[in-house]
Design a protein around this ligand. Structure first.
Ligand SMILES: [Mg+2]
Length: 106
């Protein structure tokens, strides 16, 4: 897949889902997303050597697990009729007013 912007990715996921008849209720998408977030968490904990367990696995599945979460976020946005580009832009505008940048002194 060539590089796409966020709006193109959201459309791509809609087409991908529609072509496979994989439409599912938002609640199912959310449960799946939580499961995939759990996989991300496992990778993070492995990278942090959580619990002192010695392992050669250093979170090499992280890109794939983050992609799973991202795919489900786009799928959930489609199922909820949310334009993620518009929603993200509006939210970040609010955040930038609510949380102004810290002025650093030298
Ligand atoms: Mg996964």
């Amino acid at each position: 897949m060539n590089q796409k912007n966020l709006r193109e990715l959201q459309t791509y996921v809609k087409i991908f889902v529609d072509e496979r008849n994989w439409q599912t209720p938002a609640s199912d998408i959310l449960i799946h997303m939580v499961e995939e977030l759990g996989e991300v968490a496992r990778n993070v904990l492995k990278m942090k050597n959580y619990g002192g367990q010695h392992t050669s696995d250093s979170g090499h599945n992280m890109p794939e697990e983050l992609a799973d979460v991202f795919y489900l976020l786009l799928k959930l946005a489609n199922e909820s009729n949310v334009d993620l580009v518009e929603a993200f832009s509006q939210k970040m505008e609010k955040n930038s007013k609510r949380f102004p940048p810290v002025i650093k002194s030298d």
